[in-house]
Design a protein around this ligand. Structure first.
Ligand code: NAD
Length: 416
């Protein structure tokens, strides 16, 4: 049978498995497996040539029982409502497993930002905010950057929101430029958080991180910071990295600065001096201690999971492993750090950004990373202990911790 790769079907299948182990009653299951609220809207944008194009936008507030919804906004030509729903569900479990007082949301626009000018992008960003302004806010829903959106776009959206509401309210959006109330340490936060969880998993496996080999798929925000910080601060030997065009390999380790400079110059990693080219498929199947998918979803499937040789799979990307692949990796005894735990560093520091905006007093990067370490390490061990206590794999354990917390908030509110 062909694998179902619809991300929301996968998110629901994962939830159903956890609900079964938790013996959640029927009514709670029915409530938690669907988003609470969705907004679908059109955004007319005046293009530079004078024509008007209509874009389709979404915002999903999956669950806000534990606090205001929280989640990024993606600009992508292949965006679908089911992708946004799945990511909003994962944000709900991510904020819960991290034990920060927020719910889960996500937004998206079907568009190709690579084909748009900065002026067109600004009009689209402001138009998006005009559509959702009355439904977002510090106490309702707090957006952030995600695929193809960045601090510049957040600044336009923040300005539109504050103009509509006639007051300054920086905490309504996170991932802002530092000058407008962004947090130190936000940009590398996802990678840093993932590396803290890798450090803890390595301890459990009796693996010395200094000199341990790793392969990273994806060289964007998350992948490139994982390479640079992993090499410089954790002593990892990164033997393979890749982008959408293909990967590069060197058994003695790839120097981050050389690879980054080559990518800046040529737009690709391939043909980097001192390395040999490999495919993304070959990268996933390399003989390494740690495999780090940090690109896109559905990369480890029933087709290739049997060939994975790593001892730890650290899912910095969202949804990189299909449920079938998950079973195969677990049967092989590979330790999986599941996505919504491994990549929670971004939202944890977004929460710190909201806190700092609240009292307009800002921490330095060392303080941000120290507090991130404490939060994500606590979450890692809560999941690992659940996995041992219930004899379930780490992904199910992460769901058990998260779903328990959300269900308890729903019960206490008397919703179900
Ligand atoms: P990005 O757009 O900056 O980088 C994505 C990278 O993946 C690029 O190097 C691109 O070339 C590569 N890529 C794209 N398609 C590929 C393919 N088919 N095969 C191999 N590589 C491919 O994105 P990012 O912010 O680094 O996010 C990467 C992943 O991490 C996504 O799954 C995202 O949802 C997740 N994530 C990001 C954050 C964050 O703070 N940025 C937080 C949590 C989760």
């Amino acid at each position: 049978m062909k694998e179902n790769l619809n991300p929301f079907a996968i998110a629901q299948a994962q939830f159903d498995e956890a609900a079964e182990v938790l013996q959640l009653d029927h009514d709670m299951r029915a409530f938690l497996r669907e988003p609470m609220r969705e907004f679908h809207f059109t955004i007319p944008v005046r293009m530079d040539d004078g024509t008007t194009r209509t874009f389709q936008g979404f915002r999903v507030q999956y669950n806000d029982a534990r606090g205001p919804a929280k989640g990024g906004i993606r600009f992508h030509p292949d965006e679908t409502i089911d992708t946004v729903r799945a990511l909003a569900a994962w944000m709900t479990w991510k904020t819960a497993v991290s034990d920060i007082p927020l719910g889960g949301g996500k937004g998206g626009v079907i568009c190709n930002p690579r084909e748009m000018s900065q002026e067109e992008l600004e009009r689209l960003s402001r138009g998006y905010m005009r559509n959702i302004a009355r439904y977002v806010g510090l106490t309702q829903d707090v957006p952030a950057p995600d695929v193809n959106t960045n601090p510049r776009i957040m600044a336009w959206m923040l300005d539109e929101y504050e103009t509509i509401n006639g007051k300054r309210e920086p905490g309504v959006i996170t991932g802002k430029p530092l000058e407008l109330g962004g947090s130190a340490g936000r940009t590398p936060a996802t990678a840093m958080g993932g590396l803290f969880t890798i450090r803890e998993a390595a301890k459990l496996k009796g693996m010395n991180l200094n000199g341990a080999t790793a392969a990273i798929q994806g060289f964007g925000n998350v992948g490139s910071f994982t390479h640079s910080l992993g090499q410089k601060q954790f002593g990892l030997k990164i033997v393979a990295i890749s982008d959408e065009f293909g990967g590069i390999y060197n058994a003695n380790g790839i120097d981050f600065d050389v690879a980054a400079a080559h990518q800046r110059q040529t737009g690709k990693l391939m043909n980097c001096p001192g390395t040999e080219n490999i495919t993304n498929q070959e990268l996933l199947e390399l003989e390494v201690d740690i495999l780090i998918p940090a690109a896109i979803e559905n990369q480890l499937t029933s087709q290739n999971a049997g060939n994975v040789k790593a001892k730890i799979v650290a899912e910095l990307a969202n949804g990189p492993t299909t449920p079938e692949a998950d079973n195969i990796l677990n049967d092989k005894g590979i330790y999986i750090i599941p996505d919504f735990l491994c990549n929670a560093g971004g939202v944890i520091v977004s929460y710190f950004e909201m806190v700092q905006n609240g009292y307009q007093y800002y921490w330095d990067e060392a303080m941000v990373h120290e507090r991130l370490d404490k939060k994500i390490t606590t979450a890692f061990h809560a999941v690992n202990q659940m996995s041992e206590a219930k004899q379930v794999d780490t992904r199910v354990a992460a769901y058990l911790v998260a779903v328990n917390r959300v269900a308890e908030a729903v019960r206490l509110r008397g919703w179900v």
